[in-house]
Design a protein around this ligand. Structure first.
Ligand code: SF4
Length: 259
């Protein structure tokens, strides 16, 4: 495993660096676990606004989970058609909901809170189409509020470039490495770090282009060091409270939205 400085203070320093650049996220009202599972199941590789709108269409069309579980995949796909891989997600979502309904007809997943995090992740990941990102989201972002770090594509990219994990590491490996470095972090702290890392990945450490000179955590970043873009100190952005991010998106000269 390439996670070679997994001390708690290192993750804390990353968080401190990110909060020097981004506003701390506002608390949000958590969904019930089943709602969060559905929301996370359709959100992969899709803009937050788009997947949130799709989720709202789903629950408006199917206010009861059993009805959504039994809905034809084509009807679900039509409702979430603008999310990435909507056909696959619609099929997997129905399969997962029917599996849940078979064992828990009330679709109440609160029992997961009485399991260990590892046991709860394992239970969820036995469902069709549910991987580590969705399982961790269900535990961490829902009313369960369990300590499970959510690694999405943005967070995975940042972890890989920064050197926490190898650049080709998968989500599960990154999850294990991150959790090993934050054994005593509370659920809310893990959720905050996820949001901050995601913002970095959406705005500065982007898929196609990393603007390392603007990055608040570049001093210990291996990718920046390898490319010679890691000044010893200084730099960074000045906070613009209207944006949450310090300054503007220099690549496009547009305000960076908070997601
Ligand atoms: S320094 Fe560059 S590569 Fe490293 S995390 Fe920041 S933006 Fe990404």
């Amino acid at each position: 495993m390439a996670f070679d400085f997994g001390a708690v203070e290192d993750m804390a320093s990353v968080r401190d660096g990110l909060t020097s650049c981004f506003d701390r996220p506002d608390p949000v009202r958590a969904r019930a676990p089943i709602g969060q599972l559905v929301r996370s199941s359709i959100s992969g590789c899709t803009l937050d606004d788009v997947s949130l709108a799709a989720y709202r269409r789903l629950v408006e069309a199917y206010p009861e989970w059993p009805a959504l579980a039994e809905a034809p995949a084509g009807d679900v796909e039509a409702l979430i058609g603008d999310v990435t891989f909507s056909d696959v997600k619609a099929r997997h979502l129905g399969d997962a909901l029917r599996a849940i309904g078979a064992s828990h007809p009330d679709f109440d997943l609160e029992f997961l809170g009485r399991l260990s995090v590892a046991e709860a992740l394992a239970w969820l990941e036995r469902l069709p189409g549910i991987g580590r990102k969705v399982s961790a989201s269900t535990l961490n972002f829902s009313t369960l509020s369990m300590p499970a770090f959510v690694v999405d594509t943005h967070v995975l990219r940042v972890l890989g470039r920064h050197g926490f994990v190898r650049s080709k590491a998968d989500t599960r490996t990154a999850y294990d490495a991150a959790m090993a470095a934050m054994p005593r972090w509370r659920a809310a702290e893990l959720a905050e770090l996820h949001i901050l890392m995601k913002r970095l990945g959406q705005t500065i450490c982007r898929h196609g282009r990393a603007r390392c000179t603007d990055c608040p955590i570049r001093r210990r970043c291996k990718a920046a060091a390898a490319s010679g873009r890691s000044p010893a100190r200084g730099g960074g952005r000045r906070r613009d409270p209207r944006l949450g991010l310090r300054g503007k998106d220099a690549a496009h000269d547009i305000p960076v939205r908070m997601l």
